[in-house]
Design a binder for this molecule. Structure first.
Ligand code: PAF
Length: 291
C-alpha cells in the first residue's frame, strides 16, 4: 500500500492508473477509522474489483468545523489508520496537510489572496445538520470537490450514518457533473445498537449507556409507524421526552422527512426517514433510519 502525502504525487499516480485503464474508488475520511470505514473500503474494493485501485483519504478538514467544535481534539492516530487501510485492502492512503489543501489561508495577510472558491449546495442543506452547523456543509462539499479533482475517482463511498451529507454530495455530483458514481453504504452498529462514530471515544462509561437512546428512539418510532400517518410533531415530542429521560442528554433535533428530497413530512408513515442529533454530555451524536 502506498502512502501519498502531496497533491502533485496523488494526481500523477491517479492519472497513471487512468492511462493504464484502471478505475479508481475513493473513500474520503477524517481518520480515526473504525469498522464503519472498513465497510466503506470493502464497498470501494467491490466496486472496482480487480481492475481498479482504492484510495483512502485521511484529512481532518478545518473548513467543516465551526470555531466552537472539536477540531483541535478530533482523534488522530495515523499509524493505526494505515494498518486498518492495509488490512481492508486499500491500494493507497492520501494524507495531505492543511498547508497543501488551503495554502493561501496561512501565508497571506491579504484577504484578496485567500482561498475563496467554494462548492455550495443550496437546497438539501437547509435543514438538520445545515441548520445546527451553518458552515459545515460548505466545508464538506468544498473538500470533497477538491478530493475528486485530486484523486480523480470513478467511484466514491460515503456512509449513510451521515445521511444528509451523502445526499448533499450526491446532489453536488449531479449538479456539477462530476464523473463519479456515489456509493452509499449502510450504517454499522455495535451489538447494542450504537451507530459507530469516531466521536464515540469521547463518551464516558455513563454517557456510553445514555448514548443508546438514539437507536432506542428510532426503534420506538419504527414500532409506532404504520401505513396510516402519525402526526410528526406528536411523535417528535414523545421521542424527545424519551431521550431526555436518560442522564446527560439533550436533543438538538429530531426530523421526519422524505429520504429522496429531504423535505420534512407532517405525517410519519412507512418509508419516512427519521434523523436525530443528540448531545450526550458534550458529545454530539447523530443517527437515522428508514421507518
Ligand atoms: O464524513 C466525513 O468523515 C467527512 O465529512 C468527509 C466526507 C471525509 C469530508 O471531510
Amino acid at each position: 500500500m502506498k502512502h501519498i502525502e502531496t497533491i502533485r504525487e496523488m494526481q500523477s499516480l491517479a492519472l497513471g492508473w487512468k492511462r493504464s485503464g484502471l478505475s479508481i474508488a475513493l473513500v474520503p475520511t477524517m481518520g480515526a477509522l473504525h469498522a464503519g470505514h472498513v465497510s466503506l473500503i470493502k464497498c470501494a474494493c467491490q466496486s472496482v474489483q480487480l481492475s481498479g485501485k482504492v484510495v483512502v483519504s485521511i484529512y481532518v478538514n478545518p473548513l467543516q468545523f465551526s470555531p466552537n467544535e472539536d477540531l483541535a481534539k478530533y482523534p488522530r492516530d495515523l499509524q493505526k489508520d494505515m494498518r486498518i487501510c492495509q488490512e481492508a485492502g486499500a491500494d493507497a492512503v492520501f494524507t495531505p496537510t492543511d498547508s497543501l489543501m488551503y495554502p493561501f489561508e496561512e501565508k497571506s495577510g491579504d484577504p484578496r489572496l485567500k482561498h475563496s472558491t467554494y462548492a455550495v449546495e443550496e437546497t438539501l442543506t437547509q435543514s438538520m445538520e445545515g441548520v445546527a452547523r451553518p458552515t459545515h456543509f460548505k466545508g464538506v462539499t468544498t473538500i470533497v470537490a477538491k478530493l475528486f479533482n485530486i484523486v480523480l475517482p470513478d467511484y466514491a463511498a460515503f456512509g449513510n450514518k451521515d445521511f444528509q451529507q451523502a445526499a448533499v454530495i450526491q446532489r453536488m455530483v449531479r449538479d456539477l457533473n462530476f464523473p463519479v458514481q456515489i456509493i452509499r453504504a449502510p450504517i454499522i452498529r455495535e451489538d447494542d445498537g450504537l451507530a459507530l462514530s469516531s466521536r464515540n471515544i469521547y463518551l464516558s462509561t455513563e454517557e456510553r449507556k445514555s448514548a443508546l437512546c438514539l437507536n432506542q428512539a428510532i426503534k420506538k418510532a419504527k414500532e409506532k409507524t404504520s401505513k396510516d400517518g402519525l402526526p410528526a410533531e406528536e411523535l417528535k415530542l414523545e421521542l424527545k421526552t424519551f431521550i431526555e429521560n436518560n442522564p446527560n442528554t439533550k436533543v438538538d433535533y429530531i426530523e421526519f422527512f422524505n429520504p429522496e428530497t429531504l423535505s420534512p413530512v407532517s405525517l410519519v408513515s412507512t418509508g419516512t426517514q427519521i434523523a436525530l442529533a443528540v448531545f450526550v454530555g458534550k458529545t454530539r451524536l447523530i443517527d437515522n433510519d428508514t421507518l
